[in-house]
Design a protein around this ligand. Structure first.
Ligand SMILES: Nc1ncnc2c1ncn2[C@@H]1O[C@H](COP(=O)(O)OP(=O)(O)OP(=O)(O)O)[C@@H](O)[C@H]1O
Ligand SMILES: [Mg+2]
Length: 445
């Protein structure tokens, strides 16, 4: 290990060496003719100087990079070279670390879900990541060095980019990913470059639209019954002397409307509860008893207007939440009675498949549903015939609740319908939730 010399000895040592050479020359010159001594001294100094010039030349080559590996030397050169090498190694270490950090940063940015485009002062593309390819339709083979305004030809984008208002984001439809909405933002970078960040906000925009629709729908649904009740109350207020019998005449309608508000609020609370509790509290549900109870209730609701049948093809039980399953499956039965004209048939069936799955289905001979409505039936407040559903007391939330409850049981709703013939709504439960009739009783799961 080389010990660096102190600053003092850095100068001191070569001076001493030079003096020593001079002294040696003087001693050697004793007894020689005059002038020889000086010649010897000059020759010594010349050798000494040549050595240093030689080392300087090597150092210069070394600094140019033509001489490798690392130089070594004695004395002052050893010290200088040691320091230089140490400095160089530290610098190389720093450079390697910076390069590794940069590579890591680029790697992270490359796989970011947001699109990132680095632009120079003239808005030419310097670099972009994979998400930018997908969201902005950029191509790594074609678009480096191109003006971004030539590639994203949209007047709103052009105005926004040139305004360089960092506080303002721009919402834009993706030019390449169809149906996707982007939120664009500019972030300033050193050397007057800037970073364009494109975030896919499709899901956010969809949720926001859903939220707005939902609030509008709830308000709309509540307004009608409240208006009816308020109308009556105002009329009675204006007629203080009116006959109480006159007042009584309107009570059924006011009661019906109040009932409607209560049902709507109940359904909204049920939905909110289903959403806030991620898991069901499971128990063993006796599906035979449940189906029988639902068939009885269908009879009560129908009051002899329909032919109700019950087919219990299996005695299998289900692992799930009895209360939730009851309210979901009751909705399928109530719908079948409600949307089937008098004289029609409603069939309730509980059956297992060979794979061990099981299905609860309700088939009716009602008017049927056109194919375009089927995928939307489980949306909140979606009704094929709004007036008809309202008239029969529907809130339009029933199938949304069914969908939620089934999802919580890893089950799905299959809907088949033919206009003019009728529909089948089937809740299909996976084998893991079905206890076949042969298995011993499990009371609590
Ligand atoms: N068996 C069926 N036959 C024909 N149309 C149906 C049937 N079941 C549901 N629909 C249609 O689907 C729509 C949505 O049903 P959903 O159960 O969600 O709401 P609802 O019955 O109108 O109100 P709620 O169930 O909240 O009281 C109904 O309005 C109706 O148009
Ligand atoms: Mg319903």
């Amino acid at each position: 290990m080389h010990n660096p010399v102190s600053r003092m000895s850095f100068w001191w040592r070569p001076l001493m060496l030079a003096l020593a050479i001079g002294l040696a020359a003087r001693v050697l010159a004793i007894g020689m003719p005059a002038g020889r001594g000086w010649m010897l001294f000059a020759a010594g100094l010349a050798i000494y100087l040549t050595y240093h010039l030689y080392q300087l030349a090597r150092l210069s080559n070394w600094l140019d990079g033509t001489e490798r590996p690392v130089l070594s030397g004695d004395g002052i050169w050893g010290d200088v070279l040691y320091r230089l090498e140490k400095l160089l190694r530290a610098r190389q270490g720093e450079q390697q670390k910076t390069a590794a950090d940069l590579e890591q940063m680029l790697e992270a940015t490359r796989s970011l879900p947001d699109g990132v485009v680095i632009l120079d002062t003239g808005n030419r593309i310097v670099w972009f990541n994979e998400a930018a390819e997908r969201l902005l339709g950029l191509s790594p083979r074609r678009d480096f060095g191109q003006f971004i305004l030539y590639l994203l030809r949209n007047s709103r984008f052009g105005e926004w980019l040139q305004a360089e208002d960092l506080a303002r984001t721009l919402t834009l439809d993706s030019p390449s990913a169809q149906g996707h909405t982007l939120s664009l933002q500019i972030v300033p970078l050193p050397r007057q470059q800037k970073m364009l960040v494109a975030r896919d906000i499709t899901e956010l925009a969809r949720v926001e639209t859903m939220r707005r629709d939902f609030v509008a729908n709830v308000s709309h649904e509540l307004r009608t019954p409240i208006t009816v009740i308020l109308g009556f109350l105002e009329a009675f207020e204006d007629m203080p002397e009116s006959d109480p019998r006159e007042f009584r005449k309107h009570i059924p309608l006011m009661r019906e409307q109040s009932d409607r508000i209560r049902r709507l609020v109940d359904d909204l609370l049920t939905l909110a509860k289903l959403e806030s509790e991620p898991d069901t509290r499971d128990e063993t549900v006796d599906m035979v008893a449940l189906a029988t109870r639902l068939a009885d209730e269908a009879e009560t609701l129908s009051q002899g207007r329909h032919q109700i049948s019950l087919a219990l093809d299996s005695r299998a039980r289900l692992i799930g939440n009895g209360q939730e399953l009851y309210s979901a499956l009751a909705n399928l039965v109530i719908n079948a009675v409600r949307y089937t004209p008098d004289g029609g048939r409603v069939g309730i069936r509980w059956a297992m498949t060979e794979s061990g799955a099981a299905g609860f289905s309700v088939t009716d001979s009602g008017e049927g549903i056109e194919a375009q409505h089927i995928p939307r039936l489980t949306e909140r407040f979606y009704r094929v015939d709004r007036g008809r559903s309202r008239a029969s007391g529907g809130t339009g939330l029933g199938l949304a609740i069914v969908k939620h409850v089934l999802q919580r049981h890893q089950a799905r709703l299959r809907i088949e319908s033919t206009v003019g013939k009728g529909s089948t709504f089937c809740a299909q439960f996976p084998a893991e939730r079905v206890i076949p009739e042969t298995t011993a009783t499990i009371d609590q799961v």
